[in-house]
Write a protein that binds this ligand. Sequence first.
Ligand code: ADP
Ligand code: MG
Length: 347
Amino acid sequence: MNHLEIQGLTKRFDLSSPPAVHDVSFQLKTGEILGLLGPSGCGKTTTLRMIAGFTPPDGGEIFLEGASVASLPPERRRIGFVFQDYALFPNKTVLDNVIFALHRKKRPLRKNRARDLLALVGLSREEHRFPHELSGGQQQRVALARTLAAEPELILLDEPFSNLDAALRESTRADVRSLLKCAEMSAILVTHDQEEALSFCDTLGVMNAGTLEQTGTPEEIYLNPRTAFVAQFLGRANLLRGTATGSTARTDLGEIAIHPATDGSVLLSLRPEHLTLLPLTEANSPDDPPRITSREFRGHDLTYRVKFRNREFLVHTDYTCDYPPGSAVALAPRRPGVVLQEPGLCF
Ligand code: ADP
Ligand code: MG
């Protein structure tokens, strides 16, 4: 059975504007971490708040362990919420912040349980400190310990790492992920950061303007984006028009392989690392060949911008594929172009 199932969740705050969340459906298995990824304003927080019970939906159903939660107030849903700003009590110590969340437990047991939770998040030595005496990453871990204290069945994390600087964000992310995995907690992480979504989550849902455009594993979505929005939001993508006949299409880059096979006018996505640069030969040399406008050494790869037929292609190659800016080259796909669902969309 799915731990959480959402069916057709919809919320409209204001009749004169489009719904903040429209017909969103997804499932979450026990112990799974799902990422809800999308730009600011696309409805991520509203979706979490409806699941937690803070915002009443206008339509749709939410099932926890197969039972509808519609009639349950937030405190009876057994759902923990970690907010972006941690929401710790500033005048309570770390230990007291966690003890406060243990109100279900018998009073004499609370202190020991709070200490166990602080040990779990690696903060035993900070128990007598106040929140302002901790780093952002430590405050984040207190917030998590406090959420775990309430023994939720599901944890909702709303952009929990966005206040941390880059180095701390990566290590806190890894710590929190292993904590959730050790505790076999189901969780939903809301983020607008694609790298965070890819590294933290088992499955992803990409949201755009209130709707869920695609769900799947990070690999599925990255390698087979369904729409131009998804292709461009999760990673970088070169979009290319073409005319398909079965598993090939005629495009500006010549006849290229495509996936899945189709016929007619298509919009294709090619990731920058799925293109490569080749020396020009008589066979692949058009009158006005692709030309490198910039070359960036990025350590793990080279990033080229290549101008061809009034547009720019982004190409990631390994650094043995080395051409100076200004070179004329041939552009060649290394994987089939992915056929997107909305051929009318602009580049
Ligand atoms: P995200 O978390 O993806 O940035 P939100 O869920 O916060 O997006 O917001 C989605 C849309 O709903 C936005 O247009 C936002 O302005 C609107 N919205 C969110 N909360 C409210 C509210 N309480 N009242 C009116 N509009 C709201
Ligand atoms: Mg938000």
